[in-house]
Design a protein around this ligand. Structure first.
Ligand code: PLP
Length: 363
């Protein structure tokens, strides 16, 4: 007899990450490849964070402080919130996982406007909950309809701007959603890409979390701060919600290096500003090229663009990979005719455009 896992695991498929550079180089015998498939920061890591990380090498024999007081202080003062309103995660993925452990019981319904980041569904299923998609394609959800659809839910996961489409909800839309949602539905607002948003009405609600006891805001150091490899994210909510997340969190999983680098990254305003500016410039270049190629592209507030290729999207992804360019086909997200491209450095964007045009011309 084999050892049987929990029944919920039967319903889970593996998370599909962007393909790695090593994998593609090995498959096609290439010496190098460019990855624009996982929305990483093409400009690397905040230099201040990198220096802090290197310093930590001298104290690696020590356990980290599980409650990461210095990092919590830095976040509390950045957002003018009490430390009781903050939780840290080993990546913001862990924060989603903690929500599952603390708030989703077997049979609970969780909702997301889909297509979206797959971890919300995985977490729901893993906890024994029932995931109910609210399909919106490449549009955004109508707030009143989404609130109505979610009124029996335990958690409404809303990605803003949405991965993979890049569409966003304004502050007034989120406030309207909070007004319409029953107070026992947790609104988990995933703002992993918030720092890239340039829309002036993009929500700015972190310092107001105490006004909304059922609002949770999720952020990460993986994107704008360029720390994806270190695994650090944070969540902001009312103390009642946060306390329960600390209860289910493994004690030492925010490592010493992540704590030190996180504090330094928050101080590195120049790096954040530079990344934002370069992202906007790169986005313009790519959008112009898609326009020239007569391809439909969605307005994005993130560091990526979602482009309609048509039935041959999969073929394009394979062609690009064979030439050392990794982008994301969106079949797994339920958008088989679309691809998602992370905004890269100018030369990476140009390389992508050149290959795209070559493929379009050869069709
Ligand atoms: C919307 C969204 N949320 C959360 C994450 C997880 O980020 P991390 O665990 O690196 O903080 C990602 C990663 O791509 C994402 O796209």
């Amino acid at each position: 007899m084999t050892i049987q896992p929990r029944a919920e695991l039967e319903k889970l498929s593996d998370y599909v990450p962007g393909k790695s550079i090593e994998e593609i180089c090995e498959r096609y015998g290439l010496s190098h490849a460019v990855k624009l498939a996982s929305n990483e920061n093409p400009w690397g890591t905040s230099p201040k964070a990198k220096a802090a990380f290197l310093q930590i090498a001298n104290t690696l024999h020590l356990y980290p402080r599980g409650d990461a007081p210095l990092l919590l202080n830095a976040l509390a003062s950045k957002y003018n919130v009490s430390k009781d309103c903050l939780i840290l995660g080993n990546g913001s993925d862990e924060i989603i996982d903690l929500i599952g452990k603390a708030f989703i019981a077997p049979g609970d319904i969780c909702v997301s406007a889909t297509p979206t980041f797959s971890v919300y569904e995985f977490t729901t299923i893993e906890a024994g909950g029932i995931f109910k998609p609210f399909p919106v394609g490449v549009e955004k959800a109508n707030i009143a309809e989404l609130a109505e659809f979610s009124k029996e839910a335990r958690v409404l996961f809303l990605c803003n701007p949405n991965n993979p489409t890049g569409v966003y909800y304004s502050e007034s839309e989120i406030l309207e959603l909070l007004r319409l949602l029953p107070k026992n539905v947790l609104l988990f607002l995933d703002e992993a890409y918030a720092e890239f948003a340039v829309a002036t009405d993009y929500p700015n609600l972190i310092s107001r979390v105490q006004e909304f006891p059922n609002l949770f805001i999720n952020r990460t150091f993986s994107k704008i701060y360029g720390l994806a490899g270190l695994r650090l994210g944070y969540g902001v909510s009312s103390p009642g919600v946060i306390r329960n997340l600390w209860k289910v969190k493994p004690p030492f999983d925010i490592n010493l290096a992540a704590q030190a680098a996180g504090i330094a990254a928050l101080e590195d305003l120049d790096f954040v500003q530079m990344t934002r500016e370069k992202n906007s410039e790169g986005m313009l270049t790519l959008k112009k090229a898609f326009e020239e190629c007569k391809l439909e592209v969605i307005e994005s507030q993130g560091n990526f663009l979602c482009i309609k290729i048509g039935k041959q999207a999969k073929e394009l992804v394979a062609f690009l990979e064979s030439r050392g360019m990794i982008v994301r086909g969106l079949s797994n997200f339920g958008l088989p005719e679309w691809i998602r491209v992370t905004i890269g450095k100018p030369e990476e964007n140009e390389f992508f455009i050149k290959l795209l045009k070559e493929w379009l011309n050869g069709k």
